[in-house]
Design a protein around this ligand. Structure first.
Ligand code: COA
Length: 169
């Protein structure tokens, strides 16, 4: 069985916020960021499994800071955990300060992708071996997020979500 590390799926996408991508307050339109995240995360998932991938779930997106017109936005995406055919991708979103060049974190996004064959049927993906402490934390938490997403989607009975339930004990 092939295994890969999260850093092999690292995908970094940097782009500007243009006027057509903003809301009436002059800040980045949320749907624009979601689309950019989907693209970056799908490349990351593809790098992990080297197959065709499709988005199956947007698990979490926090729009914690406004992103003004003209900002330089960087999305860093990495696969945090691979299951049978599905992969969770965690993204950190950074905004660059024009004058100092320093970056501050603006958002976090977590999407799930499924690897599929030419007819769109799910296929197995390589396992992932986390290396850094952050990668190990995200790997552990990914199982709970998967259970939550499947319960909400009506694809798992809450009684089977053992690791998720343990959080509340
Ligand atoms: C993704 C798709 C191929 C999955 O097919 P399916 O017959 O539902 O397959 P399964 O139920 O076996 O699910 C496949 C995997 O996705 C996971 N999955 C399904 N729904 C999920 C959800 N809401 N959250 C997290 N994982 C989910 C399953 O747990 C399974 O993972 P595993 O193989 O790692 O255990 C199918 O639903 C599809 O084609 N959806 C449309 C995708 C699309 O067009 N996306 C673009 C946005 S429009």
């Amino acid at each position: 069985m092939i295994s890969r590390t999260p850093k092999e799926s690292l995908t970094v996408v940097t782009d500007l916020v243009l006027p057509s991508e903003t809301n009436p307050l002059g800040n980045m339109f949320g749907g624009e960021l979601l689309a950019r995240m989907d693209r970056a995360a799908s490349i990351s998932a593809r790098r992990h499994c080297r197959r065709i991938v499709t988005t199956v779930s947007v698990n979490h997106v926090a729009f914690s800071k406004m992103i003004p017109l003209g900002s330089v936005v960087t999305i860093e995406a990495k696969v945090s955990r691979a299951f049978k055919s599905s992969m969770e991708v965690v993204m950190d979103i950074w905004i660059e300060d024009r004058e100092s060049g320093t970056r501050k974190k603006s958002n976090v996004g977590i999407y799930t992708f499924v690897a599929v064959d030419e007819s769109g049927q799910p296929v197995s993906v390589p396992e992932i071996i986390p290396e850094s402490d952050l990668e190990k934390d995200r790997f552990e938490a990914a199982l709970r997020r998967r259970q939550l997403s499947l319960v909400i989607a009506g694809k798992m009975d809450a009684s089977e979500a053992t690791e998720l339930k343990a959080l509340f004990n």
